[in-house]
Design a protein around this ligand. Sequence first.
Ligand SMILES: NC(=O)c1ccc[n+]([C@@H]2O[C@H](COP(=O)([O-])OP(=O)(O)OC[C@H]3O[C@@H](n4cnc5c(N)ncnc54)[C@H](OP(=O)(O)O)[C@@H]3O)[C@@H](O)[C@H]2O)c1
Length: 311
Amino acid sequence: MEKSRVLVVGGTGYLGRRIVKASLALGHPTYVLHRPEIGVDIDKLQMLLSFKEQGAHLVEGSFSDHRSLVEAVRKVDVVVCTISGVHIRSHHILLQLKLVDAIKEAGNVKRFLPSEFGTDPARMPHAIEPGRVTFDDKMVVRKAIEEAGIPFTYVSANCFAGYFVGGLCQPGHITPSRESVCILGDGNAKAIYVEESDIATYTIKTIDDPRTVNKTIYIRPPENILSQREVVALWEQLIGKELKKTTLSEEEFLAIIKGEEYAQQVGLGHYYHVCYEGCLANFKVADDEDTTKLYPEVNYVRVKDYLKRYL
Ligand SMILES: NC(=O)c1ccc[n+]([C@@H]2O[C@H](COP(=O)([O-])OP(=O)(O)OC[C@H]3O[C@@H](n4cnc5c(N)ncnc54)[C@H](OP(=O)(O)O)[C@@H]3O)[C@@H](O)[C@H]2O)c1
C-alpha cells in the first residue's frame, strides 16, 4: 500500500520535530509547514532546512492566510498538528480552528490528528481551574473537527518522559536529584510515561491504520505504568543510593497552586490530576485503542533505561 503523504504543522516544536523524523523514517512523503512568521528565528530555519535535507518538503503557509493553509493541506492525505499547548512555553491550541476550516474547504484530507498528545481531554470534565483550559480548548477543536466531518485520530500520549521522568514527577524539575525528592501525596498513584520519539512513532503508525479512524488512541507502554515512588526507586537503583524524601499532601499542593502565576497554575493543575488523582491510569482501554497492542513491534523505551541518560 502506498504510504499517505503527511503534512506536519508545528514541525519545529518539541514534539513536532520528532513527528517529522518518524514520518520520514516510516517512509511517508513528508511535508512541513514553514510559517513566514518565524522571521529571523535562525534555529527554526536551520531545523526546517535539515528536514529538507532529510527528504521533507517545506510548504509555506500562515495561520493568518486561509488560502495558504488550504493550498498546504491540498498537497497531502494526512495532517498532523503539533502546535504548542503548554502554558509555560506557549499555548495556541485554538488556532487549530483555522486549520480545521482549511481542511474542511480543501476536502481531500483522509485523516487529521490535532495537537493533543497528553491527557484525554474528554475524560477531564472535572478538571480544576485554571488548568482545565488545556482540556477545554482541545475539546473545542474536537467539536469543530467532528462537526466538519473530518476523519480524525486523537492520540492520548500520557506523560512526556522528558518532563515527568526527568524530574522524578516533581513540577518545576526536569533533572533528577541525587539527594532528595518531594513525594506528591502518598506517591502511589500510577501514571504513564512515554519517551517523546516513541510518541512520534506510535502517532505515525496510526495514520494509515483503518483501526484507528475516528477514535482516541492511548499510548500505554505496560512497563512504563508506574507510580512516583516506583520511578524514584528505579533512579535510586541506578545511583545506588536512597534519596531523602519529603511529602506534600493534596491540600498543601492545592494551596501552593493558588499563589502561583497563571501559566504555573495551569501546569500544576495537570500535575495534580496526574499525580494525586491518577487520572491517566485509573480507567481501562480496549486492545484496539492501545498502541502497544496495536503495534507490538515497537520496542519502546523503558523508564529504567530512560533514566540512565541522567547518570
Ligand atoms: N503529555 C505531556 O506531558 C505533554 C507535554 C508537553 C506538550 N504536550 C502537548 O503536545 C503538543 C505539542 O506541544 P509542544 O510542547 O511540542 O509544543 P511547542 O514546542 O511549544 O510548540 C510547537 C509549535 O507550535 C507552533 N506555534 C507556536 N506558536 C505559534 C503561533 N503563534 N502560531 C502558529 N504556530 C505556533 C510552532 O510551530 P512552527 O514554528 O514550526 O510553525 C512551534 O514549534 C500540545 O498539544 C501539548 O499540549 C503534552
